[in-house]
Design a protein around this ligand. Structure first.
Ligand SMILES: [Cu+2]
Length: 494
């Protein structure tokens, strides 16, 4: 695909199209809590693609913004088009799409289209050769929208020690590719992005619960690593979309409705677990791809980069908290009130829950897999407290870059075996492709198509990949700090 500059549009036109009005976030939060409003998520209203030829379908404008997470809790970050999350980019599968990105900041940026099959030159990744959106400049991205499902877009800039860059900022948004075959078996669709804010360095683990004695840890070394842990990134504030628990509009539902929740973990560093007391989630898609065996679960685990689509049947009238299982995260903002019609008088209820284990394989089948043409082993290790006191990461014994280690032949089938020899769980993401989960800690499965998979601490996962998207392809842990400090590899096509 040929990239064109959009100089011919004229700068004034671009500014005109891109300049969103200041968001009335403050006014909204001052509105009476129970003012009648249509029961829908404001995010569900997409920015309208523009019809005229030569104009972009969407314009994103990168600029700083004050975000009111709660009354008197206001943070400063960088966002897309004065919104957190950025505007919902909604498109049809197969539709050619033009997106203009205007960068009003002093640093180059990359916008990555997560989960899409797009060429390396537009994937929004420096390592793959995508050109940046220059500081105080602009760039046009063009691609064909595929595959259908819940996708998203976010900054793909390295942050290193600067916790105001990359995925630490508010530069993220939902990108929905609608399939012509969506059965539409729901009454409301809501987009819920989990986030943390104001990151800081700490040597304490943020999201790891106590290890379950029943956990399989096939990659656990015989002798434990006794070196002191280095710095990781934590956060004191959380939100769903741009509001801390209780500060925003509740999710308004009616008894009998089926609510499709499109969940995204847009955090730079933390895996989250969510529950809605008295309700169950019917998980229908993982990373936007329908699962072969939709199942009812009472908790959802979702890692940075992942999406979970789940339908919740509203059959327990009341006012509830959809929130993080960990009290510290939920009471620091990670939740949203779910309010049934005519129940407003009640206080939102949270019920402590037994910690069940999230297991991807229950959504799969037991179909056999074709034999791979080649198996590629990838071993991940932590170097605790390297330079700057920050943990560093090794892929097959070395930090990024890898030159010719990972070479794919077009059309071949590969089995990637991820050996996590560290005491952290890692959400591993492969760009521009989806892979099929084959095995997790010895448990076989089939039919689960993902682009990001959590490999638990000292765990092992195997995924099958058909090499059908020629071009440079980045692989990395979706935790920003891990990626910045070595946890990346570039796949090439021969
Ligand atoms: Cu990681």
């Amino acid at each position: 695909m040929k990239r064109r500059d959009f100089v011919r549009l004229g700068w004034a036109t671009v500014i005109g199209a891109g300049a969103a009005k200041l968001r009335p976030a403050f006014a909204e939060s001052l509105a009476p809590r129970h003012a009648p409003r249509p029961p829908q998520n404001p995010l569900a209203r997409p920015s309208e693609p523009k019809a005229s030829e030569g104009a972009a379908d969407f314009t994103l404008r990168i600029a700083p913004m004050m975000v009111e997470l709660a009354p008197q809790v206001v943070i400063s970050t960088i966002v897309y088009s004065n919104k957190v999350p950025g505007p919902l980019l909604r498109m049809r599968e197969g539709q050619p799409i033009t997106i203009d990105v205007v960068n009003d900041t002093d640093v180059p940026e990359y916008v990555h289209w997560h989960g899409l099959f797009v060429p390396s030159e537009v994937d929004g990744v420096a390592e793959e050769g995508t050109p940046p959106v220059p500081a105080r400049g602009h760039r046009r991205y063009q691609f064909v929208a595929k595959p259908a499902g819940s996708r998203w877009y976010h900054s793909h800039t390295a942050a290193m020690m600067d916790l105001h860059r990359g995925t630490y900022t508010g530069q993220f948004g939902f990108l929905m590719i609608d399939s012509a075959n969506d059965p539409g078996l729901y009454d409301q669709e809501v987009f819920l992005a989990l986030r943390d804010w104001e990151p800081y360095f700490t040597a304490m683990d943020q999201d790891e619960g106590a290890p379950d004695p029943n956990d399989q840890m096939p990659e656990k070394p015989a002798t434990p690593d006794t070196r002191p842990n280095g710095l990781e990134v934590g956060a004191p504030l959380y939100s769903i979309n741009d509001k801390m628990l209780g500060a925003g509009e509740p999710l308004r539902v009616q008894a009998g409705q089926r609510i499709l929740m499109r969940l995204l973990n847009a955090s730079a560093s933390e895996i989250h677990r969510l529950a809605l007391p008295a309700h169950k989630f019917q998980v229908v898609a993982l990373d936007g791809n329908p699962v072969p065996s939709p199942q009812l679960v009472s908790e959802i685990e979702i890692a940075p980069g992942e999406r979970v689509d789940a339908i919740v049947e509203m059959n327990q009238p009341g006012v509830w908290i959809l929130g993080e299982l960990r009290d510290v995260a939920r009471t620091s903002g990670l939740g949203i009130v779910v309010e049934y019609a005519n129940q407003q008088k009640q206080r939102p209820t949270w019920l402590p829950r037994p910690n069940t284990r999230w297991d991807y394989t229950i959504f799969g089948t037991s179909a056999p897999h074709p034999a791979p043409d080649q198996t590629i082993d990838m071993v991940f290790e932590k170097v605790p407290g390297g330079p700057h006191g920050v943990n560093h990461w090794l892929v097959n014994g070395k930090e990024y870059p890898h030159e010719r280690e990972f070479v794919l032949r077009h059309g071949n089938r590969y089995r990637l075996v991820f050996h996590n020899r560290s005491d952290d769980s890692h959400p591993l993401h492969l760009h521009r492709h989806t892979f099929e989960l084959v095995e997790l800690n010895g448990k076989p499965t089939a039919g689960i198509q993902k682009d990001t998979v959590i490999v638990p601490a000292f765990g092992r996962a195997a995924v099958d990949l058909v090499a059908d998207q020629p071009g440079l392809t980045l692989f990395h842990c979706h935790i920003q700090q891990h990626m910045d400090y070595g946890f990346m590899a570039l796949f090439r096509y021969a």
